[in-house]
Design a protein around this ligand. Structure first.
Ligand SMILES: Cc1cc2nc3c(=O)[nH]c(=O)nc-3n(C[C@H](O)[C@H](O)[C@H](O)COP(=O)(O)O)c2cc1C
Length: 215
């Protein structure tokens, strides 16, 4: 009798383990299929670089979802950065009154053209490098911004880099609107949304700008 019970318990445990394994297998296959579909629908790095162009008109009826925002920010933070200091901060703005306020102080921010999202890329002026390395925050944040623009494009979004630093008349009001603390400077506002225009990318290839071995 006892051995019968033990056998049934072992059989039940085996069935449960097989069921759990099958569920895990099916869900990992699904994840793999989803990842493959995503890769197939997103442009390669060369396609993304070659076809990106500034977008300045947006579909005001389509807000950008949280998942896409995080993917753009992950791309931004993957940028190269001097001594790996990562002196960047990002202010994500979707609130309409704040977008309108930004648009007033930076007319190129194009909220009136339907942008539903602005990401302010800010740099830490004290990046811990000091001396001549202090200004590397500008390059680090610029690299992050380019990654962000490429990611936006790769996700089917449109975006434009709206320069802020070093124009003091833009920095001060943006600092106030976004409550950016001392020690950080807004480098730019990246205006983002679903594109409502599809301009051809500019061909900027100029071989005469390349100097071989010496200028
Ligand atoms: C530092 C910087 C500042 C910029 N500021 C603005 C801006 O204030 N308004 C704007 O519409 N575009 C701005 N742009 C975008 C440029 O106008 C755009 O990149 C350039 O015309 C090349 O076009 P493309 O991005 O379509 O290749 C800026 C770009 C950079 C790199």
């Amino acid at each position: 009798m006892k051995s019968k019970i033990v056998k049934s318990v072992i059989a039940a445990v085996c069935i449960a383990a097989i069921a759990a394994l099958s569920v895990a297998l099916v869900s990992s296959r699904r994840e793999l299929a989803a990842a493959k579909a995503k890769m197939a629908s997103e442009p390669s790095v060369f396609d993304a670089i070659a076809t990106r162009t500034s977008i300045r008109m947006f579909d005001r009826t389509r807000p950008v979802g949280e998942e896409l925002i995080e993917r753009m920010l992950r791309a931004a933070m993957a940028a190269p950065t001097a001594v790996n200091k990562q002196p960047w901060e990002f202010v994500v703005v979707t609130d309409k009154p704040t977008l309108d306020a930004l648009s007033k102080v930076h007319p190129n921010a194009r909220i009136e053209n339907g942008a539903t999202l602005v990401i302010a890329v800010c740099g830490a002026t004290d990046n811990g490098l000091g001396g001549r390395g202090k200004e590397f925050w500008i390059q680090d944040c610029s690299a992050a911004t380019e990654n962000l623009l490429l990611a936006a494009h790769g996700l089917g979004l449109g975006a434009v880099w709206c320069g802020v630093y070093p124009i003091e008349e833009r920095i001060a009001p943006i600092r106030e609107i976004l409550a950016i603390p001392e020690g950080y400077i807004p480098l730019n506002l990246v205006t983002i949304g679903y594109p409502a225009q599809h301009p051809a990318p500019k061909d900027k290839w100029k071989p005469e700008k390349v100097h071989k071995e010496r200028w």
